[in-house]
Design a protein around this ligand. Structure first.
Ligand code: FE2
Length: 488
């Protein structure tokens, strides 16, 4: 089967003319091609893809993907001479009673929101209750919330999914056939409580799957800014812990205050949670604390932030060690803990939150859900936390596995990723890592704490004192090292 035939098989009701098979598809993204073909035929009665139409579509894709020439006006100004232009979208939790009714509303809302996103990628979705009207062998597409996933005695994967109308059982066959084997591998990545589309054939009371479709993120590109300014990403400072790397962190603060050319470009600093070690976070934490008073821990942070130049804007989000409720979405750290701060450019974020900095949209999430994601999705690891971050974005949900980390079951599921960011910043796993997926930059910023006993037991290798810095003008990301400690 040619590549084009395989692609066309994924689109319903479109026929392929034989001359179209001659068209060169080298370098064309399959998903982009499918979307463009669907778009082209939306309002056409005759749905035959011939050579002429395909060449037109392919040329359009090539043109749109060619790097746009952007005239960059380097103004040689320093960050202090450039106005800060930012917008914060905090995600506040609503009050909830945690009743059964609230849980139902929460999951129905999650289903509705993600189904809407999936509908852009899959046509002719059927309600699960309507499947009984179809005969064996009929091809169908359904969307559901994953209720259960088991491996049968024969090694097949059986997934139970439901929508508000009913429940369906979907079978992924274990086979040596390359296509089935690829599909089976994808099924191993299905996690509980996520919303997915399944395409497959009805076979008695089952659906034999032939495709899984995630809501996904579209392909995009970051537009460089005319302003030559940088964003510093850091997290997991853990002030108060005996393992907080005070000297190294102070070197970082000194660098931010220095005349170093790169430091003078820093306009924004994002602190992505666990800014302090907190108290009572885990059993016997007291023994590992240098500062046992939560107010003092924040006071130390406040003193550091007060030293920074006042043209820098600092965004502070909470994590699972901070002085706010653990259940997500977490509200911002209370103002009281930063009261009388001299620097007025401190902005308190919720977890998660969106910050748009001179037009660049950053999704800031501490990353507690990375633990269950790394545990349950093959291919994800603590070594490369961006693997898990990408899986979250593909699922358009910051914490798909319910109960994997603490979630507040609000009537609206606020952890659905509705806005597509340019940059996703997480922390939590104390490991510096970067990736680009569909044009979105994924950053896990590392830590300022040396290796804990807990991390030693689990074999985690943190990367303390490494700071990712993104220049908005050159679109380049680089890492500053403030510690010689290396576990990797
Ligand atoms: Fe942390």
């Amino acid at each position: 089967m040619t590549a084009l035939q395989e692609i066309i098989n994924k689109i319903e009701n479109i026929l392929i003319a034989s001359d179209a098979l001659e068209v060169n598809l080298n370098g064309i993204d399959e998903e982009q091609l499918i979307n463009k073909i669907k778009e082209y035929f939306t309002d056409k009665e005759e749905k035959i893809l011939n050579k002429e139409i395909l060449i037109k579509i392919v040329n359009e894709i090539r043109e749109s993907n060619e790097k746009k020439v952007v005239v960059l006006h380097t103004n040689y100004k320093e960050a202090k001479d450039i106005d800060a232009k930012f917008e914060i979208k905090n995600i506040y939790p609503e009050k909830t009673s945690s009743s059964t009714e609230d849980f139902l509303k929460y999951f129905n809302n999650r289903f509705d929101k993600i189904k809407r996103l999936i509908e852009r990628r899959v046509n002719f979705i059927k309600d699960i209750s309507s499947l009984k009207n179809y005969t064996n062998g009929r091809e169908v597409a359904i969307v559901g919330l994953v209720y259960d996933k088991i491996t049968t005695k024969k090694g097949h994967i059986l997934v139970t999914i439901d929508d508000p109308t009913g429940v369906a059982k979907v079978l992924f066959i274990k086979s040596d056939d390359p296509n089935l084997s690829k599909l089976y591998d994808s099924a191993t990545k299905i996690v509980k409580d996520e919303v997915i589309a399944i395409k497959g054939k009805i076979s008695n009371s089952l659906i034999i799957a032939n495709e899984i479709v995630y809501p996904e993120i579209p392909i995009k590109s970051i537009t460089p800014s005319n302003e030559d300014i940088s964003i510093v990403f850091t997290s997991d400072i853990h002030i108060g812990s005996k393992l907080f790397l005070k000297d190294e962190f102070e070197k970082f603060i000194e660098w931010l205050k220095s005349d170093d050319k790169s430091a003078r470009k820093v306009k924004y600093i994002i602190l992505g949670g666990d800014v302090v070690d907190g108290i009572g976070i885990y059993p016997e934490q007291q023994k590992e604390l240098e500062v046992k008073d939560i107010f003092k821990q924040y006071e130390i942070l406040k003193n550091y932030l007060e030293e920074l130049p006042d043209y820098m804007h600092i965004f502070v989000a909470p994590g699972n060690h901070d002085a706010v409720t653990l259940a997500e979405p977490q509200p911002p750290i209370p103002n009281d803990l930063f009261k009388e701060i001299k620097n007025s450019n401190i902005h308190l974020l919720s977890n998660p939150a969106y910050v748009t900095l001179n037009g660049l949209k950053v999704l800031v999430y501490h990353g507690a859900s990375l633990d269950p994601i790394i545990r349950d999705i093959p291919g994800c690891s603590y070594e490369r936390p961006t693997t898990g971050m990408i899986e979250l974005l593909k699922r358009r949900h910051l914490s798909p596995i319910y109960g994997g980390n603490e979630i507040l079951p609000t009537r609206e599921d606020k952890l659905v990723i509705e806005d597509i960011p340019d940059i996703v910043h997480m922390g939590h796993v104390h490991k510096n890592d970067y990736a680009i997926y569909h044009g979105v930059l994924f950053i896990n910023s590392g830590t300022w704490q040396s290796r804990t006993i807990y991390q030693m037991k689990l074999g985690h290798l943190p990367t303390p004192g490494r700071v990712p810095i993104y220049n908005m003008h050159t679109s380049q990301l680089y890492t500053m090292k403030f510690s010689d400690l290396s576990y990797d």
